[in-house]
Design a protein. Sequence first.
Length: 134
Amino acid sequence: MSLYRDLALLFVLPIPIASIAWTVTHEEVFREPRDWCVARSKSCRRLFERKFFYLFTCEYCFSHYVTAFFLFITRYKLLFDDWRGYLIAGFSLVWLANVYMSFFGRLRLEIKENRLEIAAAESKERGESENAEP
């Protein structure tokens, strides 16, 4: 594999990794299983069980497992053609996936803030127009 292809994959593969990790750990569609995992991560007796259930609630933790799955199905290696290539690729993909998720989280926060500001301005305008009418 060429270095250019490796680098292109380095920036492309974290997109589905981040998407899957974010969806499972944040979105409403997985709320019930996630809430169950949160409860189990706090109530299980064994440390291993608590940590196992916690990984479904933390995007950083879960992204490691999603990355391992993607490394398995793509056989993507970075810089080396042996196990070191998997190791470097794995940590690189996790890091970039988490950078992408941070950007996405910040973007969602800004969109939410803008919507709240618009709603407050509209509410204020409605209140002023109701008070101005005789």
